[in-house]
Design a protein around this ligand. Structure first.
Ligand code: FNR
Length: 363
């Protein structure tokens, strides 16, 4: 059942990617263009650091799969591409391994193919502390991801409907494991209230996992005989909404959910994420075109991200948080209702005086 579910998820997620291509709320974020703000490409570094973690690049392949023969082969390809490009990556939920230890190889292949890379093991918020440790051992994980997915479980035909213990279990796992814990949503977003709770629990990092890309309400509804949960498609907050909402909370943030191209990565960094991740669009590449195409895609994304940072005058990913950004459309209404000051974002690079001084120093 579990293996079949994993194969269904891949098939339905790739189908969603084929239909995608439209607007999402990342398009409601634009950079103010400053024609004299650029720096030299050679001075730009993609390295990012957060919660004691150092990554060479602010991009990662987010959690997807494992637990069946087909998904084991996908994990092998993802790990090969990650190794070739230095991009960190996550396993899919390791739950199938707890139920059937024979599936171990479909996850551990990621460590075999990528012995020195940064790998996150992924579990759900009902996993026992012992199993959390087994998940880490399975791939010699550098960090542990715990996913939150109440809406997915709600629509999933065989879903769990008991959510009240999740917060307590996260605290127990955080206290027991010796790698940083990242808590992530699976595509419905983390509110500032949720992020504050996670911070209190001792979680190291929150991955906002927002709406706008892979939609697990739609995927699970596609697995229901009656397809009777269509009204939950599109539930939740987008990644840019979550980042704006969270502004000022102390927890380091990662951005994922609906990231489509390097500009969405730059937008994520500008809104305060330490790195941005994608799942669906990388899955589509590896399934449709193979591992060489994924290596090419990741290489291009990193190259174009550095190019964007050069034009925007950001020598580091964190430097983008000083760029002026405009918030439009539905994202702007969200900000108004949640009390996020968008005019401060649009003018934060400096007063006209500072800009004149910068230009003066060029001469
Ligand atoms: C996922 N995702 C996911 N997340 C998680 O924490 N554990 C998991 O096992 C899975 N499984 C999974 C399977 C497949 C096929 C996909 C496409 C995705 C969710 C994923 O990590 C991410 O949060 C969402 O997909 C949103 O990002 P994208 O796809 O819009 O970039």
């Amino acid at each position: 059942m579990s293996a079949e579910r994993k194969d269904d998820h891949v098939r339905l997620a790739v189908e969603q990617q084929h239909r995608h291509g439209g607007h999402n709320e990342f398009d409601d974020v634009s950079f103010v263009h400053h024609a004299l703000a650029g720096v030299d490409r050679g001075d730009v570094s993609l390295a990012t650091g957060f919660a004691g973690i150092e990554w060479q690049v602010p991009l990662y392949i987010n959690a997807m799969t494992g637990g069946s023969e087909m998904t084991g082969a996908i994990n092998r390809d993802l790990a090969i591409a990650a190794r070739a490009t230095g991009v960190p990556l996550a396993t899919g939920s390791v739950s199938p391994y707890f139920k059937d230890p024979d599936t171990a190889g479909t996850f551990s292949v990621m460590r075999q193919e990528n012995p020195d890379g940064f790998i996150m093991a992924n579990i759900n918020a009902t996993t026992s502390v012992d199993n959390a440790r087994r998940a880490i051992d399975l791939v010699r994980a550098d960090a542990l991801q715990i996913h939150l997915n109440t809406i997915q479980e709600t629509v999933m035909p065989e879903g769990d409907r008991s959510f009240s213990s999740w917060g307590r279990r996260i605290e127990e796992i955080v206290a027991a494991v010796d790698v940083p814990v990242v808590v992530k949503e699976v595509g419905f977003g983390l509110s500032r209230e949720t992020i504050a709770l996670l911070e209190k629990s001792g979680v190291a990092v929150a991955d906002v996992g927002g709406r706008g890309g892979t939609d697990f309400a739609r995927i699970e509804n596609g697995r229901r005989a009656l397809g009777d949960y269509a009204f939950l498609e599109g539930w939740g907050q987008s990644a840019p909404a979550c980042l704006l909402d969270a502004g000022g909370t102390g927890l380091p943030l990662l951005a994922s959910g609906g990231v489509r191209h390097p500009l969405d990565v730059a937008r994520s960094l500008a809104l305060g994420a330490a790195a941005a991740g994608a799942s669906g669009c990388f899955l589509r590449t590896v399934v449709d075109e193979g591992v060489a195409a994924l290596v090419a895609q990741l290489t291009t994304w990193l190259d174009q991200l550095a190019a964007l940072m050069t034009a925007l005058g950001a020598r580091t990913p964190a430097g983008l948080t000083r760029s002026d950004v405009l918030i439009h459309g539905t994202l702007r209404s969200f900000c108004a209702d949640r009390g996020v000051d968008t005019s401060r974002l649009a003018t934060r690079s400096g007063s006209p005086d500072t800009i004149h001084r910068k230009i003066g120093s060029i001469r």
